[in-house]
Design a protein around this ligand. Structure first.
Ligand code: MG
Length: 407
C-alpha cells in the first residue's frame, strides 16, 4: 500500500508545462482566501477545476437551457454539453498560445455556472424583478456567490475556496466592472485587465455557441440550410467549397463539414490575431497584460465581422423566431410569477433560505433561490404552486421551417 512517504517520486510533483512568459504562471497566483497546504501532485488550478466539476451547481448545468428548453431532439445542446464544447475550444486556444491551460480549463468549466433556469429568459426575468428593487441580476455575479457562499462541501470554510484568479475570471471574463458602482468587488483589481486566460473565455464561448446554434437550429427545423446560405455570406462561401469537394454527400454531412470548417477557421483566427496582438504590444509578463489599456485576446477585423454577422443571423432567424420568442415570453412570465409568489409567501421557501431573512434582503434571497434551480425543478415548483400543468412543448415546434421562421 502507498503511504504519503512511500509514494513514487512521480506522484509527488506535477509537471509544469512550458508556458509562455505572458501566461499566468502558477507562482503568480494570489492564492486562496483561506490558505491550504499544496497538494502533492495537483496544481492549485487543477484542484480548482476538480472542485468545480464536483460541485452541485456544475451538475445542475445538465438540466438548464442553452437555447432550447423543449429539447425536441436529444442531440440539442444543454448548458452542460455547451460548457464541455467551450472547454475543449478554450484548451485548444490556450495550448496554441502556451497559456496556463489548467486555469483556462477551470474558467471554461465554471463560466456558465451562474445561469438561471431557461437561459436568457431566466436572466431577463430575474433582472427585471430585481430592478424594481433598484438592484440587478447578473449571471457572473451569481456564479461568484455560488462558489463563495452557496456550495457547502468543506467543514473549514463556506464555498469552494477557489484561487483569486478563478474568482476574478468568473466575474471579469466578459466585462469590466466599475469600482464606484460595485465597491463589493473592489478586491478584484477592477482598474486592471484580467489575465489572458480569462480574456479568451468570452470569445471561445461565443465561437462555440454560434456554431452549435446553427447546428441545433437546423436540427430543430426553425432554420434551414437554404436560409443560412441566403443570409450568411461567410457560410455560403464555405458551403460552395464543400459542395465542390463533396458534390454527392448528403446535405446533413455537407452542413456538418461546413460547421467543422467554420469552427476551425474562427479558432485559428482567434489564435493568430491574439498572438499577433500580444507580440505587437511587446507583452512579456502577465502583470503587463493586467496593466495594458485594452484586452489583447480577440479576433481579426475579418473574423470579428463574421462573428457579428453570424450573431445577427441567429438573432433574426433563430432566437427571435416566433417559436423561441413565444416560448421565452411564457418562461419569463413563469419565473416572474414564482418570484412574486415567494416574495409574498416567504414561509414557502426552504428552511435554509428562510433562515437568511434576518440578514439579507428578501428579494435577493428569492432571486438566489430561483437562479439556482434547474428547468425541471422550477417547472415542478410552478405546477405545485399554481396547481396546473405547465406544458413546455411548443405547438408549432418542428413544423416546416418557412412557417415559423422570423417573427
Ligand atoms: Mg456559455
Amino acid at each position: 500500500m502507498l503511504t504519503a512517504e512511500r509514494r513514487p517520486l512521480v506522484l509527488q510533483c506535477y509537471s509544469v508545462p512550458m508556458y509562455a512568459p505572458y501566461a499566468l504562471l502558477p507562482d503568480d497566483s494570489r492564492g486562496r482566501r483561506y490558505p491550504e497546504p499544496p497538494h502533492p501532485y495537483r496544481s492549485d488550478f487543477q484542484r480548482d477545476r476538480d472542485r468545480v466539476v464536483h460541485s452541485r451547481a456544475f451538475r445542475r448545468l445538465e438540466n438548464k437551457t442553452q437555447v432550447f428548453t423543449y429539447r425536441g431532439s436529444d442531440h440539442f445542446r444543454n448548458r452542460l454539453t455547451h460548457t464541455i464544447e467551450v472547454t475543449q475550444i478554450a484548451r485548444t486556444v490556450a495550448s496554441a498560445l502556451r497559456l496556463n491551460s489548467d486555469l483556462v480549463e477551470t474558467l471554461a468549466l465554471v463560466h456558465d455556472i451562474g445561469h438561471p433556469p431557461f437561459g436568457h429568459a431566466g436572466e431577463q426575468a430575474l433582472d427585471r424583478e430585481m430592478r424594481t428593487f433598484a438592484d440587478m441580476f447578473d449571471h457572473n455575479l451569481h456564479a461568484l456567490r455560488i462558489v463563495e457562499h452557496f456550495e457547502l462541501r468543506y467543514p473549514e470554510f463556506r464555498g469552494l475556496n477557489l484561487t483569486f484568479e478563478v474568482r476574478e475570471g468568473i466575474i471579469k471574463h466578459s466585462r469590466d466592472w466599475s469600482a464606484a458602482e460595485f465597491p463589493e468587488l473592489g478586491e478584484y483589481l477592477l482598474d486592471q485587465r484580467p489575465p489572458l486566460e480569462a480574456q479568451l473565455i468570452d470569445l471561445t464561448d461565443e465561437i462555440a455557441y454560434n456554431v452549435a446554434d446553427l447546428d441545433d437550429g437546423v436540427e430543430s427545423g426553425i432554420i434551414s440550410i437554404e436560409t443560412i446560405r441566403e443570409h450568411l455570406p461567410s457560410f455560403e462561401r464555405i458551403w460552395l467549397e464543400v459542395e465542390q469537394r463533396y458534390p454527392d454527400a448528403l446535405p446533413k454531412l455537407k452542413l456538418s463539414e461546413c460547421l467543422r470548417r467554420i469552427l476551425d477557421r474562427m479558432v485559428s483566427d482567434l489564435i493568430h490575431a491574439s498572438g499577433h496582438r500580444i507580440r505587437a504590444a511587446r507583452i512579456n509578463r502577465s502583470r503587463e497584460v493586467r496593466a495594458y489599456p485594452e484586452r489583447l485576446i480577440g479576433l481579426s477585423a475579418e473574423g470579428d465581422a463574421e462573428r457579428r454577422a453570424t450573431k445577427a443571423f441567429l438573432h433574426a432567424y433563430l432566437y427571435d423566431s416566433l417559436v423561441l420568442s413565444s416560448d421565452r415570453a411564457r418562461l419569463e412570465n413563469l419565473i416572474s410569477q414564482l418570484f412574486r409568489f415567494w416574495l409574498a409567501h416567504p414561509e414557502e421557501l426552504p428552511q435554509s433560505y428562510q433562515d437568511q431573512l434576518p440578514d439579507e434582503k428578501p428579494e435577493r434571497i428569492v432571486c438566489d433561490y430561483s437562479a439556482g434551480m434547474t428547468d425541471n425543478f422550477i417547472i415542478r415548483e410552478y405546477e405545485r404552486v399554481a396547481g396546473e400543468a405547465f406544458g413546455i412543448r411548443h405547438s408549432v415546434f418542428g413544423q416546416d421551417a418557412a412557417s415559423v421562421t422570423k417573427s
